[in-house]
Design a protein. Structure first.
Length: 395
């Protein structure tokens, strides 16, 4: 039987990046004692106000259909949250509730891009970008932000990549997997590029609440950018609620209306009890967020200190997010080989970063979503593996 050509476009390098993670998952389900640090699944409990509200709403029968773009109380809460975190006031009508940030990314791309349109994306980029952008028929123009630049965007190269077919630029800050937080100056230069060439800017801000030393700046707050910026976010990382699938986009009203029409024939609204829980999380979980951010900061420092003297290894200290990129090029093996060896010989699962783009080749993505004891043990296993490779020598 024949399949649509779509199946080829959604099965690129990005989807194969998860192979080691799926191996580890299967082994853990069989009973193996695997340390699983290959996915950003927060180990914190969902804030109590959200859980309590969900239970209360379930008992109240909040299990029916809901408005397609989200209920008014949640859209208003998201608008308030956006204003608090970015300084940019938005109308709740510009908020569209989605099933997580991934759903918002895909849905907005379907409404913004036509087959043949080009999209400029700094790389490394999150692994699903390749799948959803190619699914809509867009062509990804990858602009490397290499390790030698500390993974900071090459704005001059981005400008050179823009042509008459370019439709949008995608940025992520704080970045997954590098942990880079874009500076105001970097964003202003990218914003000027968008204004000059009449481009959309899609800003993936799911880690905005998890910055450490550098402030988060949303490009929608820059002059002349509110009408051409789509902000994507969710509660998955900031509020430890990935399984709730509570996300959103903030978009100009014209785009929000088109997205509503698309969600009418796809998602058809998020469950009411989930929306009530999301509202409670946004309004009542402020202290939980502060505590989580400080814990992630401490875990980051622990891992970077534990690995800084390892042979052939360089941990790259992130400015935000919940991952540390580990440069293993000095060991003489690829990150795929290193990660496979960690899983096969040390029962530790981390993600080879090649799946995020060639600019991340030779790096591992190490998740901070475990207790300090577990992270210390994971670092010990990485040191053991690095030492065994050093003793083996070339080849």
């Amino acid at each position: 039987m024949r399949f649509s050509p779509l199946v080829e476009r959604i099965a690129g390098e990005g989807s194969r990046a998860w192979d080691i993670h799926f191996q580890a998952w299967q082994r853990r389900n069989r009973g193996d004692d695997i340390i699983l640090l290959s996915v950003g699944d927060p180990d914190f409990p969902t804030p109590a106000p959200a859980v309590e509200q969900a239970i209360k709403s379930l008992h109240a029968g909040r299990t029916g259909y809901t408005p397609i773009s989200g209920e008014a109380h949640l859209r208003a809460a998201i608008a308030r949250w956006h204003e608090q975190t970015t300084g940019m006031k938005v109308d709740p009508e510009e908020v569209v509730v989605t099933a997580g940030a991934q759903n918002a990314l895909f849905t907005s791309a379907l409404c913004l891009l036509a087959p043949g349109d080009e999209v400029v994306v700094p790389t490394p980029m999150y692994v699903t970008y390749e799948g959803f952008l190619e699914a809509v028929g867009a062509r990804i123009v990858k602009v490397p932000s290499p390790a030698e630049r500390d993974f900071r965007p090459d704005v001059e190269a981005m400008a050179a990549a823009v042509n008459e077919r370019t439709r949008a630029i995608y940025v992520t800050s704080p970045h997954n997997p590098t942990g880079v937080v874009l500076t105001r100056e970097e964003l202003e230069t990218i914003a000027e590029l968008c204004r000059k060439h009449d481009l959309w800017l899609v800003s993936d801000e799911v880690y905005a609440a998890l910055t450490f030393e550098r402030e988060h700046v949303s490009p929608c707050s820059l002059p002349g950018m509110a009408e051409r910026t789509v902000v994507i976010s969710s509660l998955s990382k900031s509020h430890a609620m990935p399984g709730w699938r509570a996300g959103w986009m903030i978009a100009p009203s014209g785009l929000a209306k088109h997205v509503h029409n698309l969600l009418l024939c796809s998602l058809y609204g998020l469950p009411g009890f989930v929306q009530d829980a999301a509202c409670a999380a946004l309004e009542k979980a402020g202290q939980d967020l502060q505590s989580m951010r400080e814990v992630y900061r401490g875990r980051r420092d622990l891992v970077c200190n534990a690995l800084k003297a390892a042979p052939g290894i360089l941990p790259r200290k992130p400015e935000g997010g919940m991952f540390v990129l580990i440069d293993i090029r000095g060991t003489g093996v690829s990150s795929q080989e290193f990660a496979q060896g960690l899983l096969d010989h040390h029962n530790l699962s981390v993600l080879p970063a090649e799946g995020f783009g060639a600019a991340a080749a030779g790096h591992l993505r190490f998740s901070l979503t475990a207790s300090e004891d577990v992270l210390e043990e994971a670092c010990r296993r990485i040191l053991l593996h690095a030492e065994s490779l050093r003793k083996q020598g070339p080849g």
